[in-house]
Design a protein around this ligand. Structure first.
Ligand SMILES: Nc1ncnc2c1ncn2[C@@H]1O[C@H](COP(=O)(O)OP(=O)(O)O)[C@@H](O)[C@H]1O
Ligand SMILES: O=P(O)(O)O[C@H]1O[C@H](CO)[C@@H](O[C@H]2O[C@H](CO)[C@@H](O)[C@H](O)[C@H]2O)[C@H](O)[C@H]1O
Length: 455
């Protein structure tokens, strides 16, 4: 275990909350404790940090690899954490010596102090860089050949991203990037996935970027319709719907399924109500739509016809799909990062994923309006608002048509289910934006308003 690390703890107390992946924003701290400290190389120390909160709620564990340099300043202020007795401390995933040491450890395939690397293919020692925008985790690309996702917030057990991607790859699906390796460690006495490596799809472009380019084309030609401009995205959306249905089909064939009867749907509806209770406490504006939201959740509870339950992606949106030469590839099967993993791996109706992607088409159209400050009342705005709606509807419909072509049922036929899941997702997004990107809060709030005003 760990000796007197009080000065390192003090450094981490100021550094951790500033990290994009730190999920405890907005909660008052109780304590921070280093619960693991393993030396993976001369420079790289692998720490697991336990964070307790003043509210007495669930304890979080974070993975924090650090490079500690005893010598003189070395530059790279961007990932400098601070100074303590043993030397100068750098974020070990951004520091080139840290990322190289991590790959060397994985390639070595030798266990150390509870860490066990598994490799499915032989790996080369390649230079590293961290993927641009840090999100819920930190991803390192090695030589444009491998991408290693290092899970920052650790949930005891096998990470669903590893489990689902492996199941799909083992079934021969071309809809996921090849899994190459993973690193297990121990949290709370349980074998836990610390990192997951896949083939890096260097020719891939994120669905979100492609969709924005299409929306931009449309707004540049404000007097044309979505099907008349060069960058029409509907054919891609249809292919994406088909790819999604294909993935759902394989998951249903290879992992457990169950029947979602009336009792299960009532329980799901009850969870939506309690998520709304919590969301209203964070973003009071939601209260204005509370009655209509609850009515949509109640509709789900009244459904008598059962629905198939299966494992799903869980946080499905245009930022989780890459377009490569051969079609769409899905990644990040972790589910919504804010939810406990035990909830994320429960069997769900596929409509939760479909609703997530439908919300994303709306997000793409609305985010471009926001960029142009068009959410403010201005002359000429209504034409673009109309175009935004038209683009979203066209691509949402195309996605559902593509989905129906593979699975034989059009998700739009399940209007009540889809509506409840879309509203549940929009409420999640309201809280997500309030916490992480407050300037984007008008997007999901506007959607809640639009979706509930059709009553
Ligand atoms: N196999 C891959 N090939 C190329 N890029 C990828 C691959 N997997 C993920 N990415 C890129 O890495 C970024 C981070 O991945 P993601 O799994 O979404 O991390 P997070 O859990 O932090 O959101 C994504 O935005 C995506 O563009
Ligand atoms: O990608 P993550 O697993 O970190 O997911 C979280 O962040 C997403 C934003 O990066 C967030 O997605 C929301 O914004 C997207 C555009 O940036 C949009 O495409 C999605 O539809 C919208 O939900 C996601 O909800 C959150 O869990």
């Amino acid at each position: 275990m760990v000796g007197d690390n009080s000065d390192l703890v003090a450094l981490l107390v100021s550094w951790l909350p500033r990290q994009r992946w730190f999920a405890g924003k907005g909660r008052a701290w109780g304590s921070l404790r280093i619960v693991q400290n393993v030396r993976l190389s001369d420079l790289l120390r692998h720490f697991v940090i336990e964070v307790r909160y003043a509210d007495g709620g669930p304890v979080d564990h974070y993975q924090v690899p650090l490079v500690v340099r005893p010598d003189a300043p070395y530059g790279h202020e961007g990932f400098f954490v601070g100074k303590y007795a043993d030397g100068l401390v750098y974020d070990g995933l951004h520091d080139p010596d840290g990322s190289a040491a991590l790959l060397a450890f994985i390639r070595g395939e030798a266990a150390r102090d509870g860490f066990v690397p598994y490799t499915l293919e032989e790996l080369e020692p390649l230079p590293a860089h961290v993927v641009g925008a840090e999100q819920s985790n930190t991803s390192i690309v090695y030589g444009d050949a491998y991408i290693l996702k290092v899970f920052r917030r650790l949930w005891p057990g096998t990470n669903p991203d590893l489990e689902m991607t492996r199941a799909l790859a083992d079934a021969g699906s071309p809809r996921v990037a090849r899994p190459l390796s993973w690193l297990d460690g121990v949290v709370d006495g349980q074998t836990t996935t610390f990192a997951f490596m896949q083939e890096f799809l260097r020719s891939g472009t994120e669905g979100w970027r492609l969709a924005l380019a299409s929306v931009r084309d449309l707004y540049a030609e404000a007097d044309l319709h979505a099907d008349e401009v060069g960058g029409d995205f509907a054919a891609e959306s249809e292919r994406l719907g088909a790819a999604t249905a294909d993935v759902h089909r394989i998951i249903a064939e290879t992992l457990p399924t169950a029947v979602g009867d009336a009792e299960i749907l009532r329980a799901e509806s009850a969870q939506m109500h309690s998520r709304l209770d919590a969301a209203i406490k964070v973003v009071g504006e939601l209260q204005a739509f509370e009655a209509q939201l609850r009515a949509a959740y109640d509709e789900l509870a009244r459904r008598a016809r059962p629905v198939v339950l299966q494992r799903i992606h869980g946080d499905y949106h245009l930022g989780q799909v890459l377009r490569v030469d051969s079609g769409w590839v899905l990644f990040d099967f972790e589910g919504e990062p804010a939810r406990p993993v035990t909830e994320r791996i429960t069997l769900q109706p596929v409509y939760r994923d479909v609703a997530g992607m439908l919300r994303s088409f709306d997000y793409a159209a609305q985010s471009m309006l926001l960029e142009r400050s068009m959410l403010l009342e201005r002359e000429g705005e209504s034409a673009l608002r109309y175009r935004a709606q038209e683009w979203a509807t066209r691509n949402r419909d195309a996605f559902c048509i593509g989905y129906a072509g593979v699975r034989g049922h059009d998700p739009r036929e399940e209007a009540a289910l889809l509506r409840a899941f879309e509203l549940d997702k929009a409420v999640y997004e309201v809280v997500y934006e309030a916490r992480h990107r407050p300037s984007w809060l008008p997007i999901p709030l506007g959607s809640v308003e639009r979706l509930t005003s059709t009553d």
